[in-house]
Design a protein around this ligand. Structure first.
Ligand code: FES
Ligand SMILES: [Fe+2]
Length: 448
């Protein structure tokens, strides 16, 4: 494939060739990107007991995330070593073993080959079962409940790979100080007719589209002064906050793009009002959460004002959304590539494990109302992505690059920027998108 600078790295020119969305690029990125990066595969709360498993995927490779009898977590390629059949046909479950439906080879939940029909009768002594276990990801790490795996045995640790993003996940997203998150059973799965990178780069902090694509949602929000629409803060509340882009590992390493909101007291007050309508236990919980977070931030010498994580993408294809309020669930989203023109979206909803049931219910409802297949935000985006992707197929259109110049030569002076890790930028910037393709291009060129 062509590798001119324009193709892969818009940092210098602000331009990106549409060839990054071609079949040729797709074939290469499955190995160069998905075959090398740390990839999100699930959450520990999905597999609490020995024998529990969930099926998901790393790029196009189907995997089974298991907890074996000794409590260890394994990420196994869902591919029988005999002829390549899938050995696990279910989305989730509990089992002591996986038996292939073709010729009956059987594997433990740790991936070891244990049963081979006709072994004594038809195989010689040289057949060594220990060499024919399921292929296991050599590195699997649990990061505060988020399970990541990598196909490469060596390289940066997960913490090194996350870099600046560690702080945001630990302090603004995972709520460890108040008990952490757990994933609500069930997953939304749907196909989006668009390249996975378009979705990932949007969640890496595309603030500019919000006012246009989601204008109808914003107009409802603006009329919600009396907060009758519970999940949507009115304009008076949002206006007190400021949004910032954050480029994690700017210029060096895996780029994780975030869009964060530093909000004022009225946002907190809005949550308290909403909690009061739920019940006193909800008010107590919102208060406790705020106190715990503020003291965490202060203990670390960080700006004590941040209230909630908004949205972000952990390179390459794992997005998180929290929308900045205590009463919103956390969306965990995988953009699974399914060819250059299609993405399979998997979205889970996580809620605070130790919150009262009424709060957890509310968190789930708010996330579903906002960012989900039938929420108020996602369908707006889907329409754009579909049209964009259709144009990527056009011969003439493919000749012309995309523009990623926003915030490159002209920057808005930040008034009192927050004291957070990474490069904090104005929200109206395509820094995170330029960074996304900077690293994607490095991986495609074979650099680590
Ligand atoms: S393909 Fe699995 S046992 Fe033959
Ligand atoms: Fe959007």
């Amino acid at each position: 494939m062509s590798t001119s600078g324009l193709q892969h790295n818009p940092s210098a020119t602000g331009l990106l060739s549409k060839e990054v969305f071609s079949q040729e690029s797709y074939d290469a990125e499955l190995a160069n990107v998905f075959g090398t990066c740390w990839l999100f595969v699930g959450h520990t709360s999905m597999i609490p007991n020995s024998g529990d498993y969930v099926s998901t995927a790393m790029g196009e490779d189907p995997v089974i995330v298991t907890r074996s009898q000794d409590g260890q977590i394994h990420v196994l390629l869902n591919k029988c070593r005999h002829r390549g059949n899938r050995v696990c046909l279910f989305d989730k479950g509990n089992s002591k073993s996986f038996t292939c439906s073709y010729h009956g080879w059987g594997y433990t939940t740790a991936g070891d080959l244990k049963a081979v029909p006709f072994l004594d009768a038809a195989y010689g002594d040289s057949f060594d079962k220990s060499k024919w276990g399921l292929i296991a990801a050599p590195r699997v790490t649990d990061f505060h409940g988020l399970i990541f795996a990598s196909w490469v045995p060596e390289g940066p640790t997960l913490r090194e790979y996350l870099g600046d993003a560690v702080w945001y996940l630990e302090n603004m997203m995972l709520d460890e100080s108040i008990g952490g998150l757990e994933v609500v059973p069930g997953v939304q799965r749907y196909r989006m007719p668009a390249n996975w990178k378009l979705l990932a780069e949007n969640f890496a902090g595309d603030q500019a589209h919000v006012m246009v694509t989601h204008a109808s949602v914003l107009s409802v929000r603006a009329q919600n002064i009396d907060h009758k629409l519970g999940a949507l803060p009115g304009r008076d509340v949002r206006a007190t906050g400021a949004s910032y882009g954050v480029a994690c590992n700017d210029g060096d390493g895996a780029p994780h793009g975030l869009l964060e909101i530093r909000v004022g007291e009225s946002f907190y007050q809005h949550d308290l009002d909403q909690a009061a309508a739920i019940g006193p236990e909800a008010v107590d919980w919102v208060r406790d959460r705020q106190v715990a977070r503020q003291s965490n931030m202060q203990a670390q010498g960080a700006d004590p004002v941040p209230y909630g994580f908004h949205i972000g993408n952990i390179f390459p294809n794992f997005s998180l959304v929290g929308l900045g309020t205590a009463l919103d669930g956390v969306g965990l989203i995988l953009w699974l590539p399914r060819g250059p023109h299609e993405t399979e979206v998997w979205q889970w909803c996580a809620v605070n494990k130790d919150a009262p049931d009424s709060v957890r219910r509310r968190q789930r409802e708010v996330l579903m109302q906002q960012q989900s297949a039938a929420g108020v935000f996602a369908p707006d985006d889907h329409e754009n992505f579909e049209r964009l992707q259709n144009n990527l197929r056009s011969t003439e259109g493919r000749k012309w690059p995309f523009n990623y110049e926003m915030g490159r030569d002209k920057r808005i002076e930040l008034d009192d920027p927050p004291n957070w890790p990474g490069t904090v930028t104005q929200a109206l910037s395509e820094t995170n998108q330029r960074e996304f393709y900077r690293y994607w291009g490095e991986l495609m060129a074979g650099k680590e």
